[in-house]
Design a protein around this ligand. Structure first.
Ligand code: PA5
Length: 469
């Protein structure tokens, strides 16, 4: 395994006199954090494997925990037959056959894939030519809403150039989610109209449970490639299954490095002591700020546009996992410096109910762009002409943290060496582990989302009522 540059967590911006916490408080929590790590790694995994799960732990979707190692081991043993090998094979087949792919799914069934695309692919990926995209297809996400104009918009786009073949990846663990199902019906119909029913089996790839409505539909269509959302892996914990890996592989994202990096985070979580453990420390600091200082709003400040969807993925993970029993912090993703011009006023002077967790990329993919000199110096930028856009970003990060510190407002820094597969593999796994650890600390089952079922039930019932004119 190549050496993995670790992501790091620096909580020092929360060790402040007023409104913050102390390092001592974090140290006092260390033994409790170790107990919870044991519960997650030993007790929960044992119960999960045995299938004999006590009522207060149901559901126990602990399958995500060792999924990276499981997939990599199987790949090492038998590349072609392994699930990862099949994912790569299908991705490569479709890359050759199509130039566009529509990924249908909602919530945990699409947010990870979108985050992978936006972080690991070049900005404006879909706008480039096929050669500039390295022969990878353009990717569009739908089935994550019931928005007539956007569904029609994508159908129009696909129909506007019949010379660009396309395919569908449809992702739904339950196989019955209405938003995804309705969109699948419409896009399937459009594709059938273009290529004929006989070709659908090649061009439609479902990722779903062993049984269910989508699984049955896939049988009828005769899908030649199909993948499982593994049992015991919840939607928002499924990014390292085919749910995230198949779209990522189609985009040419290095899924092996992604999984190796997630496995490296597992190693770190298992072995590093509290105080040096990014998972345990992130939880301890955020938990204490909420408990002791009322920081119920957890702002994830992404200092790169490429990380916005990672933030939205985390919003969903935290909200659906811990927003139960009238508890759980409110996650809020902001992208800076953009949102300093929309939210900073409130974060600087509003209620003291927030912690700012900065997500900072340490090196940019492209060469630094200098401000440069200009014969038109009305903007007075010649005096900083040798500064670069990364210099300005660094100054903004330091300046913002300083402003919060001066007003005794807590910050932490999560550093990513780069916005790439290595960092994202670690970060996704870190956040999933942290969410489960925090759930256990709060006495909340992080798995399942019983509250979401209520709207679904009502919506389905209303749709089946007779239409009144
Ligand atoms: O995290 C979850 O489990 C949810 O967000 C689901 O992913 C989401 O509701 C979609 O469900 P499904 O994959 O069954 O269509």
């Amino acid at each position: 395994m190549p050496k993995i540059r670790p992501i790091t967590f620096d909580p020092s911006g929360s060790y402040i006199d007023q409104n913050g916490i102390t390092q001592e408080q974090v140290s006092q929590l260390a033994s409790r954090m170790e107990e919870i790590r044991d519960e997650v790694l030993k007790t929960d995994l044992k119960l999960y494997v045995s299938g004999d799960i006590p009522a207060d732990k149901i559901p126990l979707d602990a399958g995500f925990l060792e999924m990276p190692e499981r997939l990599l081991d199987a790949y090492q043993t038998d590349r072609a037959a392994s699930e990862l090998g099949q994912i790569l094979e299908t991705a490569s087949r479709l890359q050759q056959e199509v130039d566009r792919v529509v990924v249908l799914g909602i919530g945990g069934s699409y947010m990870g894939a979108r985050a992978l695309m936006e972080t690991c692919c070049q900005p404006y990926f879909n706008e480039f030519t096929r050669a500039q995209r390295g022969g990878r297809p353009r990717m569009y996400f739908e089935g994550n809403n019931v928005d007539n104009d956007w569904t029609q918009g994508l159908l129009n786009l696909l129909a506007s150039d019949k010379n660009q073949p396309w395919s569908i990846i449809v992702i739904s663990k339950s196989g019955g989610t209405l938003e995804t199902a309705v969109n699948f019906r419409r896009f399937l119909d459009e594709l059938k109209g273009e290529v004929g029913a006989d070709r659908l089996g090649d061009l439609v790839v479902p990722v779903t449970g062993e049984t269910g409505k989508l699984a049955s539909l896939a049988d009828t269509i005769g899908c030649q490639s199909r993948f499982l959302v593994p049992p015991g892996v919840g939607g928002r914990f499924s990014v390292f299954s085919a749910v995230g890996l198949l779209p990522a592989a189609m985009l040419g994202i290095d899924v092996v490095t992604l999984l190796e990096s997630a496995a490296a985070m597992n190693d770190h979580f298992r072995n590093a002591a509290p105080g040096d453990n990014v998972v345990l420390d992130y939880v301890a600091v955020n938990y204490l700020l909420e408990k002791e200082r009322g920081c119920h709003t957890r702002v994830l400040s992404a200092w790169s546009k490429s990380l916005e969807s990672v933030g939205l993925w985390y919003d969903q993970l935290l909200a659906e996992s811990l927003g139960k029993h009238e508890l759980g912090a409110l996650p809020l993703t902001v992208v800076n410096t953009r949102d300093l011009h929309s939210r900073a006023q409130q974060h600087q002077e509003g209620r003291r109910d927030k912690v700012m967790n900065n997500l900072i990329v340490d090196s940019w993919r492209t060469d630094p762009i200098a401000v440069g000199t200009s014969e038109w110096n009305e903007d007075e930028l010649n005096e900083i002409s040798d500064r670069t856009i990364p210099d300005i970003m660094s100054a903004a990060i330091r300046g913002t943290n300083l402003a919060y510190k001066e007003d005794f407002r807590s910050t932490t820094n999560i550093h990513l060496p780069a916005a790439d597969e290595t960092a994202l593999g670690q970060l996704f796994q870190m956040f999933m582990l942290a969410t489960v650890v925090e759930g256990r600390l709060l006495g909340i089952n992080p798995y399942g989302q019983p509250g979401v079922e209520k709207y679904k039930k009502n919506m389905n019932q209303l749709l089946r009522e007779p239409v009144t004119t």
